[in-house]
Design a protein around this ligand. Structure first.
Ligand code: UDP
Ligand code: MG
Length: 331
């Protein structure tokens, strides 16, 4: 999975944990103390530098979360709080946190507020970074903590995404490490329809995966309602792929071919005299209209797909490193 291991020895990084919180009053205090303890341990073991922090992003919580976060941050400057003006959703909350953190950090790890994702995996994330990775994906070991419904829908969804040509990593949620370099590259993507799991693999960069166990939620209940999950799933497909549009084009072409064949058959039938009066004309007219309409839709879809991708203003390339006469300059 590792594309390119860095040749350079890296410095121990300043790590920022970015933690999105939406109505997490039951769990934030516990989360804060577990994360602080972990960060202090990592610092003692010389795996991260002093100045590493935990950055909570309040995603427009309607409960007591924000007040609790301010209380936590006031007591200890290892914590900071970014508070969004409203509920923008998980993906946007993570992005807001990462973009704020990247000005101060060498690496950022995004992790949920509910302690479901094993925080002990941070050591492995940092090892991969030290080995030269710019992106490290957390991948859950298994789905035994999920119900049958969630397990089945998740598997079907990943299969569908792969079929549509998206490069999502199976069973990778948003527990991931990005280096400052990868974050600067991510900042170049201006799209509002955000699906980080699909977007980040398309950037490139040396990357690897770390496996971790998923636990039950520490407290509270899932903030991902069915409608939020469906929106995310649809965003994942429509923001990364114009293949559904192309499928209409393919279908249109097939129907058009079929209608042509049917026209010829019914004309031959008519010429041989075995037909009901008016039948051939009606059939040919409806076949042609149907076939041509679908084919035209396909052609229009092809242009709309192009326009859609253009409007995203995605960077056309991202430079990893530039070498001048043997000396390497980092981008
Ligand atoms: N979250 C958020 N905004 C939302 C929904 C969720 O910031 O609109 C956060 C939530 O507080 C948590 C993370 O996203 O830290 C994952 O949500 P949750 O644990 O509820 O999802 P699940 O693990 O059930 O998929
Ligand atoms: Mg959760």
């Amino acid at each position: 999975m590792v594309k390119r291991m860095g040749e350079m020895m890296r410095e121990i990084p300043i790590l920022y944990l970015v933690v999105p919180c939406y109505n997490e009053e039951e769990v934030v205090e516990k989360t804060a103390s577990v994360m602080k303890e972990k960060l202090e341990r990592l610092e003692r073991e010389h795996k991260i530098k002093k100045g590493s922090r935990i950055m909570f992003v309040n995603d427009g919580s309607k409960d007591d979360t924000l007040r609790l976060l301010h209380e936590i941050a006031a007591k200890d400057n290892i914590f900071s709080v970014v508070s969004l003006a409203g509920n923008y959703g998980h993906q946007s909350a993570i992005l807001a946190g990462m973009m704020t953190a990247k000005e101060h950090a060498d690496v950022v790890v995004t992790i949920d507020a509910d302690l479901q994702q094993d925080i002990e995996a941070l050591d492995a994330f940092l090892e991969k970074y030290m080995a030269g990775c710019e992106v490290v994906y957390g991948v859950r070991n298994d789905r035994h903590s999920d119900g049958i419904f969630k397990k089945a829908t998740a598997t079907a969804y990943y299969n569908l995404m792969h079929l549509l040509g998206s490069r999502v990593i199976t069973n990778h949620a948003d527990y991931r490490l990005l280096s400052k370099k990868a974050l600067d590259a991510l900042a170049e993507y201006q799209e509002t329809n955000l699906f980080l799991r699909g977007l980040i693999p398309t950037m490139g960069f040396a990357s690897d995966v770390v496996y971790f166990d998923v636990k039950a939620r520490e407290a509270g209940h899932s903030k991902y309602t069915l409608s939020k999950m469906l929106t995310l799933a649809m965003d994942g497909i429509t923001s990364m792929s114009v293949r559904p549009l192309r499928m209409i084009g393919g279908l249109g072409f097939l129907v058009f071919l079929f209608s042509m064949v049917m026209c010829v058959i019914s004309l031959v039938d008519w010429a041989m005299g075995n037909n009901v009066p008016g039948y051939t004309t009606t059939l040919i007219v409806s076949l042609l209209i149907g076939g041509i309409t679908l084919l035209s839709l396909g052609i229009i879809g092809e242009y709309i797909g192009k326009i859609y991708m253009e409007t995203k203003h995605r960077p056309r390339y991202i430079i990893d490193t530039v070498v001048w006469h043997g000396s390497e300059e980092k981008e």
